[in-house]
Design a protein around this ligand. Sequence first.
Ligand code: HEM
Length: 483
Amino acid sequence: MAKRYLTSNQGTPVTDDQNSLTVGERGPILLEDIVLLEKITHFNRERIPERVLHAKGAGAFGFFVPYQSMASLTKAKFLQDPEKKTPVFVRFSIAGSSLGGADTVRDIRGFAVKFYTEEGNYDLIGNHLPVFPIRDPMRFTDLIHALKPNPVNNIRGGPTEASRFWDFMSLRPESMNFLTYLFSDNGIIKSYRTIQGYGVNTYSWVNLCGEEVYVKYHWEPCAGVEYIDSKTAAQLAGTDPDVASRDLFDTIAAGHTVEFEMRVQIMNVEAECEQTFDPLDPTKIWPENLFPLMPVGRMVLNKNPENFFVEVEQSAFSPAAIVPGIAFSNDRILQGRTFPYGDTQRYRIGVNYLQLPTNMPRSPVDNMMQDGDMQTMYNQGIVNYLPNTLAGGMPMEAPQQGKPAENFASGNIARHELTGDDYYQARSRYRTMSAAERKRLVSNIVENLSQAYEPIQRRAVEQFLRVDNEFGSRIAQGINLII
Ligand code: HEM
């Protein structure tokens, strides 16, 4: 093995890294011990703030390859050629847990994919449950506050936690569909290899003719879907709290791959108003019998990170990272997500976050944005403005590929409330479950809701009764509530 010699961060040789500089053997340490000071000050800055949500996670690299060209629907270059592999980085996470939380708690799992396309980064940031609890971003911070531990003592579990959770949810009936997923078998997992993924929000695809369709993304695990019961989850939380992260890492380290199939549901934009549900409302699914799943391609994860902090903790996904051929629909939650991710990352990681290894596009970056902490590289030459002639007009604006989609918006400016049938899809889901699945769903809700304060239990039961009378009555019975 080649010899390596220790240096300071200035590159100067360090000849003693074990003993502080003191006046005599028993005397005080000198302030001029630059070796000690550098070591300590660096250590003091090792932590960055954890993500405000989805703090705990695990990641892996790989590639994505489409089965066939999707040109009729989107001009996105990474979806054109079945011969072309696009590198990806994926981070799986747990929505409510802080760093150090157990992988097996009942919660939403994040499923964030970064495609390093030839046209820049495309981030598809989804969850393992197909629906979201709210439909307006104004309610997001309150939702997360209610999901996280209470602000007085930061302690999880018990009556206060259950009451805070059900207090919020029972006042937001649009969460009912989400709750029937969260408390069903789907709510607990032990392996990221066997979870489904959903884009949840409705995106647009635009082809070269400027034709636009709505799209919902799905990821299907090639290893099959697997969930675990709450008893096993509780036991694993004690004995192997990092079970899902470990499983992902060990599988890839053993030379195996972790694979998912991308599928999409497509809806014509004109069909938006013809549905019995709001297709731009992420508290709703699109029924698969009406909008069948179309296989798009395969994602293969085959490389572990070499450094967790640099590659996973500092990874930064944003719904604002889209490429030509992919656009935002008027899904309010999606639009509400386009600003906050980059904003929190400038705070959480640092303003140069896009120049860090995992986040840096693999395609060239060329513009006149210069200086400050956000730019650690420099453009050569005297021309740092556009338009210019001194640099031959470079960099030129990229050519428009095909026709852009045409969108029109008009209306009165107000804080409009979006309303809809909050119970219908939860009702259909409950009624299509097997008797055993219903039993487990009721029992999981009862286990949690029974800890909440009585008036809140009552309000939650009222909501479940509206979903389905039998469903609500069984919950009421389970928590000994007379209705
Ligand atoms: C208005 C609604 C939402 C807002 C404001 C919001 C905001 C955020 C923020 C600030 C983060 C932390 C990012 C970071 O520190 O790097 C985050 C992470 C995340 N969010 Fe959202 N979010 C919203 C809705 C959603 C929805 C609907 C989904 C799923 C479709 C989702 C999935 C995720 C995932 C998976 C992560 C973790 C990403 C990673 O692995 O780094 N979020 N969100």
